[in-house]
Design a protein around this ligand. Structure first.
Ligand code: 5GP
Length: 189
């Protein structure tokens, strides 16, 4: 009997507004992919479901989970805490799945520094002017939040060369196809 096929991690970062979340949503339609649901202390946005998009917890619970070793990494992003859960990752990898982790740059680089094996992909915007236009068009963030996201994006883009791949999202379907190819998730015909 052959050994069970181990899964692999696909880590995706990028400025908010880069289209990274939409790419992750589409990747999840593939039965070979399991999405990593992070814990966060951020309040749910409209339409977000507890346990599906995030595990929404308060700061006290988050700290307790941290102490218990529930996270493979955690980071503070825009004033809120986020952590990638260990247990579902181990289960998915043992089941031979592609474990999709949408994570900020600090978190991804923490994992890369620990030599956590995986494919690290940075989804980028063509330029910062385009990012501002997208964030404003999205209409989900107040002007001060947009400013914070712009500053963070500029800082994150400096780190993009540390990733295995940079995918510039000029056109959504092309960027999605590129990520699928990188992850070995081409359509099976
Ligand atoms: P949002 O609050 O907009 O959903 O996410 C804000 C940022 O936190 C995004 O860059 C997202 O990729 C990142 N993020 C989500 N979950 C985690 C996590 O578990 N760890 C880290 N380090 N970042 C995360």
């Amino acid at each position: 009997m052959s050994a069970p096929k181990a899964g692999r991690m696909l880590l995706i970062s990028g400025p908010s507004g880069s289209g990274k979340s939409s790419i992750c949503r589409r990747l999840q339609e593939d039965p070979r992919v399991v999405f990593s649901v992070s814990a966060t202390t951020r309040a749910p946005r409209k339409g977000e479901v507890d346990g599906v998009h995030y595990l929404f917890v308060d700061a006290e619970r988050f700290r307790a989970m941290q102490r218990e070793g529930a996270f493979i990494e955690s980071a503070e992003v825009h004033g809120n805490l986020y952590g990638t859960l260990r247990e579902p990752m181990e289960k998915a990898l043992a089941a031979g799945k592609v474990y999709l982790v949408e994570i900020d740059v600090q978190g991804a680089l923490q994992l890369k520094a620990l030599a956590v094996p995986g494919v690290y992909v940075f989804v980028d915007v063509p330029d910062l002017g385009e990012l501002r236009r997208r964030l404003e068009a999205r209409g989900t963030d107040a002007p001060d939040v947009i400013e914070r996201r712009m500053q963070k994006a500029a800082a994150e883009r400096v780190e993009r060369d540390k990733y295995d791949f940079v995918v510039v999202n000029r056109e959504f379907d092309t960027a999605l196809a590129e990520v699928r190819r990188i992850a070995g998730l081409e359509e099976v015909s």
